[in-house]
Design a protein around this ligand. Sequence first.
Ligand SMILES: Cc1cc2nc3c(=O)[nH]c(=O)nc-3n(C[C@H](O)[C@H](O)[C@H](O)COP(=O)(O)OP(=O)(O)OC[C@H]3O[C@@H](n4cnc5c(N)ncnc54)[C@H](O)[C@@H]3O)c2cc1C
Length: 372
Amino acid sequence: MTKVLVIGGGIAGYCAALAARRNRADVTVVAKAPGATALYAGAMEIVDDIELVLRSPHHPLTRLGLDPVGLAAELDAAVSTLQLALGKEGLQFHGSWRTRGRYADIHGLARPGNVVPQSVAPGELGALSGKRVAVIGVPQVGDYDAAATAQALKELHGIEAFAEDISIAELPQAAALTDLYGRRAPSPRARGAALAYPPGFTNLPPDGFELLASPPSPHGWRLQQAIALGAVTAQITSFETSRGKITAARAGNRTFRADTFILATGRHIGGGLLAERVTTEPLLGLGVFHDGVPAAGLGTRLHHLKYLDPAEEMRLGLMTDKRLHPLAEDGSAPYSNLYAAGALLGGYDYSGPCGFGVPILTGWLAGQYASK
Ligand SMILES: Cc1cc2nc3c(=O)[nH]c(=O)nc-3n(C[C@H](O)[C@H](O)[C@H](O)COP(=O)(O)OP(=O)(O)OC[C@H]3O[C@@H](n4cnc5c(N)ncnc54)[C@H](O)[C@@H]3O)c2cc1C
């Protein structure tokens, strides 16, 4: 039985573990803490236009060397297995990578999503058109204003929205949205309207739905709690290597031996990349690239681009070969049993239409490759 060590407890590490376990591998997941997955707004963006993605030569999905049909087949398998697994943990999701909707956040701004929690799905903006929507507010909560959200829904999306404040007397003074987390949804007076709740409540009424979040996100926290089950809490700080292979990962005085290793350590929030004057990969000193060029060799060019558009910095990351082996700066793959997945990879817009698609699919494939 192949022994696989997954380093990272976000959505990429989870999908890697799912795929490797499906191949009957003996999988251990090690994570030091929650990462970016725990902050996601609540709408998984998987992929918008495959053909467009494949025209971008450094995109992690292009680098897999799959044609559109192969990519679509792997996305089908990865996303449906993920939804099934999350369903078993009690989190139901709606949609698939082939569907796309628009969902409002707590400020009424729209965000696209392919797969969303079941509790968010009825708030798809197209489906709300022609309906009356009561935006539920809680007067004790200072960082959310239902009247402003209702106004934005009206002005930005043409939805017939109005606010209804419901007092929750037992909330602390100057309460925040986070204080609503896990409470039973209060019942409004409004009748015959769809009910938009700030995220975090439980037991929504049948006509209720949750808005998307801004960090800290109840959607992210629920997802993170579901996927973290069974992970070992430890911070990997170094590796043992021998003749082009990794043999063990070390966390303090603990040693994790395995046949294959998957690095799914995320980007800056997860800790997979270290942003200093030059961004580095801190564990193995793997190559960090921008548009196919090693970042270390770009000098001030990247800083210049970053001043013009901060998103440029977020396109930095590891590059992999077709089998998801991460590359060194010289373009070689230094370790034959090491795979990389998730937001650690560069070459795509981290907060764009593949925000979850890259971690889900590269995690899924890395898990398959590492367990064969
Ligand atoms: C605020 C915010 C909102 C977002 N909203 C959306 C959204 O609504 N829709 C969307 O599609 N995308 C969204 N994204 C992007 C998406 O959340 C990320 O791309 C995705 O969650 C990354 O998953 P990951 O598993 O690659 O990394 P992470 O979730 O960051 O996981 C990395 C893991 O690696 C662990 N780790 C790192 N180093 C070590 C080490 N040395 N030892 C052990 N463990 C280690 C970390 O502790 C963590 O568990 C958002 C991102 C942010 C920051």
